[in-house]
Design a binder for this molecule. Structure first.
Ligand code: ADP
Ligand code: MG
Length: 400
């Protein structure tokens, strides 16, 4: 689809808030005409932009729309329409709706994904990322909360707010991209000439997080992020990453208010990946270390990662239709009144529905071979346990 119909947002009945991200609120909504459930992403327009000072439509949303127009792939979320409210300050992107995001799911699962499940998720992610990179698009915000999963075990990549096309030769772009925990070392060290390899680092962090069931490198500041990376992989040096000492922050050339002092990284000589992932096979460790490779020019590409022997060895990736099923995603208890863009009506979730979907009271869990809708299912096997960490933590660990 190369052009989008623009619809009045009154055609959609808002049901509940799905997520409140960096750039806008996302609602679950029903298309009153087709009855279809969709996700409405409200575009946040700052007052400066409203008054014309910032040029109107925010850049992130403009990028999201313009890229998604051309990006159609089974593992990339589909933009269906653009909807407008009566006022120009309410514009919504209308997406197909998927039941879960992986950040929420991981927080709610009492056990990690198995290796077979992880392989299936990784292959789907890699196929989306490969497609983007083949089309010279870098996503720049790969993380679990931007990976959606449907009830049939299909993963789709979402949130193209930071995505950009890159060119050859590379043009300067801001290094302040990618949520800290997933941010590649070249970005942390201030490079402005980067490319698809930043996404592959993030894929490595996601791989580690899926295997470990907790974030791989949860830094709090850029410096602590670098320290965690050095802890896990050993400190970089000119031998393994030629030219890294000339990057802005290593040479003290960064004009970012840090006084221009060259950064000194902790001296840590050991790579601890094999200790941290002692259960992983040689092939698994090889893939993980090729993703988490310091030198971006040596980091594995998505197309090579897709063909990595890890995916061919036992345990094999599980067919998507056999992926575990989960209880419906949490219904946020916050009634999205303020987010309801003034003149648009918002339906609060009926108390009974909210209650029946409560995250802890009625976690129905997985039904590996069942085709029944989980929402309707009463025979629940409960592998989804109490929350182990806050999804908000994962989700809102945003760009700094
Ligand atoms: P932001 O730029 O604000 O992070 P996202 O597009 O990532 O925006 O959306 C925020 C959250 O909303 C996601 O993490 C996810 O939980 C939820 N979400 C977004 N799109 C969809 C969708 N198509 N289906 C279901 N949930 C979605
Ligand atoms: Mg997001």
């Amino acid at each position: 689809m190369s052009s989008y119909s623009s619809l009045p947002v009154s055609r959609f009945e808002k049901l509940n808030l799905l997520g409140e991200g960096t750039y806008g609120s996302v609602f679950r909504a029903r298309d009153k005409e087709s009855g279809e459930i969709v996700a409405l992403k409200k575009i946040r327009i700052s007052s400066k932009e409203k008054s014309g000072g910032g040029g109107g439509f925010p850049l992130t949303s403009l990028r999201e729309v313009s890229l998604l127009r051309y990006v159609h792939h089974p593992h990339i979320v589909e933009l269906r329409h653009i909807a407008v409210g009566r006022k120009m300050d309410s514009i919504f992107l209308v997406f197909e709706h998927l039941q879960y995001d992986l950040a929420d799911l991981l927080d709610r699962m009492s056990r990690p994904f198995t290796e077979s499940e992880t392989k299936t998720l990784m292959l789907q992610l890699l196929s989306a990322v490969n497609f983007l990179h083949q089309n010279f698009i870098v996503h720049r915000d790969l993380k679990l909360s931007n990976l959606l999963l449907d009830a049939k075990g299909r993963l789709k990549l979402a949130d193209f707010g930071l995505a950009r096309q890159f060119s050859n030769p590379l043009k300067a772009m801001t290094p302040k991209v990618v949520t800290l925990w997933y941010r590649a070392p070249e970005l942390l060290l201030g490079t402005d000439k980067y490319h698809s390899a930043v996404d592959m680092w993030a894929v490595g962090c996601i791989f580690g997080e899926l295997l470990r069931h907790r974030p791989l490198l949860p830094g709090k500041t850029e410096l602590s992020q670098l320290a965690l990376i050095c802890d896990l992989l050993g400190s970089p040096n000119e031998k393994i990453w030629p030219g890294f000492t000339e990057l802005h922050r290593m040479s003290g050339a960064a004009g970012d208010g840090d006084g221009g002092e060259p950064l000194s990284l902790p001296a840590q000589p050991y790579n601890n990946l094999s200790h941290q992932f002692s259960h992983l096979t040689e092939a698994g460790l090889d893939l993980l270390s090729r993703l988490l490779t310091y030198d971006p020019s040596k980091r594995i590409t998505a197309s090579k990662a897709l063909n990595h022997p890890y995916f061919l060895e036992e345990p094999k990736p599980i067919p998507t239709e056999l992926m575990p099923r989960f209880a419906p995603a949490t219904i946020h208890t916050t009634t999205p009144t303020t987010a309801a863009a003034g003149n648009e009506s918002v339906s609060a979730i009926p108390t009974s529905e909210a209650g029946s979907r409560s995250m802890y009271s009625n976690m129905s869990g997985m039904h590996p071979s069942s085709s029944t809708s989980l929402a309707a299912s009463s025979t629940a096997i409960p592998p989804v346990g109490p929350v182990v960490s806050s999804s908000k933590k994962r989700k809102h660990e945003s760009i700094v």
